[in-house]
Design a binder for this molecule. Structure first.
Ligand code: UDX
Ligand code: UDX
Length: 457
């Protein structure tokens, strides 16, 4: 039996540890966090994050072999294996501002581990996405003082996506574990591999060197984001030529060398990882003297911002270049469906641009209104938050779909149309709705990467 600790009770730490606890009943798993409110929420049935299936798993294991605590120092003293899943935001100050990763919390955590640990052998597992060679810094700090502990730092990045976290954790494509080539390094990797082997087939558990593991995580996110920017870059051309992006995606995705996933055109990708990780990858390339490589990856982020701006311009120009005083209903603020998370959501840039035109915005979202209010707290303008999508659309000139929540497909669009100002517009930033049907109801429909369906020309 091992005492497993996770520092950081966020989107990554919470679900990952709950699933490990479920499959490893003989181990005691504890999650700690500096934020007492978060821990209190994890100890209630009002969890701090929304994730389908998460509450069931937490209820099954909480109090059995999963515990949440704020007593970080004490729990470090008891731990044999310490996962570190704290957030690693983009640096906002000094050298590398806006690009590099802010490692101050990471370093503080390393120092807290060093100051408190008491076991003879302790494995420290990097769960957070980190710059390549971050584990070397962790290792140096942990060995900066003489202690009785033998530390082994390994990398075990998490590939779960929000909204499908429990499914991804239950059935991962692979589990990646990177460690040093020494005897104790190999043993530490094996110990962590044995945890996952409770439910993941051994052939899906990859053992690599530590740098490969760190870089694979950064690069996986960069590749996924690049696919989205690539498909989004072509939507502009589709709208001018009459090619249909859905047909194009389908046609190229049937080529097994390309594959069909992550080819869904959108208003832009969001989430806490893609932008941050690409910027960091580019920063690393620059640091090591490869400006051309940095420029290549930076362009993926630029294309993403361009896509959101282009979508906004369609809204502006199609409504006769004047949005001042007109209400626009924003359907969805989360960066993707099935989550309340709004970090780096394209909805924010879009709303800022609409408010810049003095448009009124009424935001609706099944799970993200709380975060939307925080994100827009400093913005001036006519902003309302409305849980009921029908009310959000009442009197609006346009309905702008940002997040493809399944329930938005089921709404009564005839009723919505009747309650809106005319001419009524729909802008579908995810190609999620039935455009022909909306057009027949009377809407002027602006999809992405397809010709508009308009009654006005
Ligand atoms: C993720 C991933 O872990 C990381 O790989 C990615 O790079 C960014 O975000 P996530 O779980 O989504 O982290 O972050 P978040 O939900 O913000 O959770 C991090 C938690 O760590 C917070 O609850 C925060 O309070 C806690 N924390 C942070 C600590 O307990 N100690 C610290 O020093 C800093
Ligand atoms: C991502 C990675 O998928 C995951 O492996 C990693 O651990 C964390 O970052 P996440 O950000 O939670 O996960 O969600 P993801 O499903 O990857 O979507 C990211 C963004 O891309 C969302 O805004 C989504 O709507 C958008 N997206 C995704 C598209 O615009 N088109 C697509 O085809 C797929």
């Amino acid at each position: 039996m091992a005492n497993v600790l996770c520092i950081g009770a966020g989107y990554v730490g919470g679900p990952t540890m709950a699933v490990i606890a479920k499959y490893c009943p003989e181990h005691q798993i504890t999650i700690v966090d500096i934020n007492p409110e978060r821990i209190a929420q994890w100890n209630s049935d009002d969890l701090p994050i929304y994730e389908p299936g998460l509450l069931d798993v937490v209820q099954e294991v909480r109090g059995r072999n999963l515990f949440f605590s704020t007593d970080i120092d004490k729990k470090i003293r008891e731990a044999d294996i310490i996962f570190v899943a704290i957030n690693t935001p983009t640096k906002t100050y000094g050298e590398g501002a806006g690009r590099g990763t802010d490692l101050q919390y990471w370093e503080q955590t390393a120092r807290a581990i060093l100051a408190n640990t008491q076991k003879k052998n302790v494995i420290v597992v990097e769960k957070s996405t980190l710059p390549v060679r971050a584990s070397a810094a962790m290792d140096r700090i942990l060995h900066s003082e003489q202690t009785n502990t033998q530390f082994e730092v390994i990398s075990n990045p998490e590939f779960l996506a929000e909204g499908t976290a429990i499914k991804d954790l239950n059935d991962p494509d692979r589990v990646l574990i990177g460690g040093s080539d020494t005897e104790s390094g190999k043993k530490a990797c094996q110990t962590v591999a044995d945890l996952y082997a409770h439910w993941v087939p051994r052939e899906k558990i990859l053992l690599t060197n530590v740098w490969s593991s760190e870089l694979s995580k950064l690069f996986a996110n960069a590749m996924l984001a690049q696919r989205i920017s690539s498909i989004n870059s072509i939507t502009a051309l589709c709208e001018k030529t009459g090619a249909d992006i859905t047909e194009v995606s389908h046609a190229i995705g049937m080529d097994q060398r390309i594959g069909s996933q992550f080819l869904q055109a959108s208003i832009g990708f969001g989430g806490s990882c893609f932008r941050k990780d690409i910027l960091h990858l580019a920063y690393l390339c620059e640091h090591y003297g490869f400006p051309e490589v940095a420029e290549y990856w930076d362009s993926v982020v630029r294309m993403n911002e361009y896509q959101t701006s282009r979508f906004f311009k369609t809204i502006l120009t199609s409504q006769f270049n004047s949005l001042a005083g007109k209400k626009n209903a924003i359907f969805g603020f989360a960066f993707k469906p099935d989550t309340g998370d709004t970090r780096d959501t394209p909805a924010l840039l879009l709303c800022q641009k609409l408010l810049g035109e003095h448009a009124a915005i009424s935001i609706t979202d099944p799970k993200a209104l709380k975060n939307a209010k925080i994100d827009l707290a400093d913005m001036e303008g006519d902003i309302t938050f409305e849980p009921d999508p029908y009310k959000a659309a009442e009197g609006a000139h346009s309905l702008v779909l940002v997040t493809h929540w399944e329930e938005y497909r089921q709404l009564d669009y005839q009723r919505i149309f009747e309650s809106m100002a005319k001419p009524a517009f729909v802008y579908d930033g995810r190609n999620h709705l039935d455009h022909q049907k909306l057009f027949e109801i009377g809407f002027n429909v602006f999809p992405l990467g397809k010709l508009p369906l308009s009654h006005l020309e």
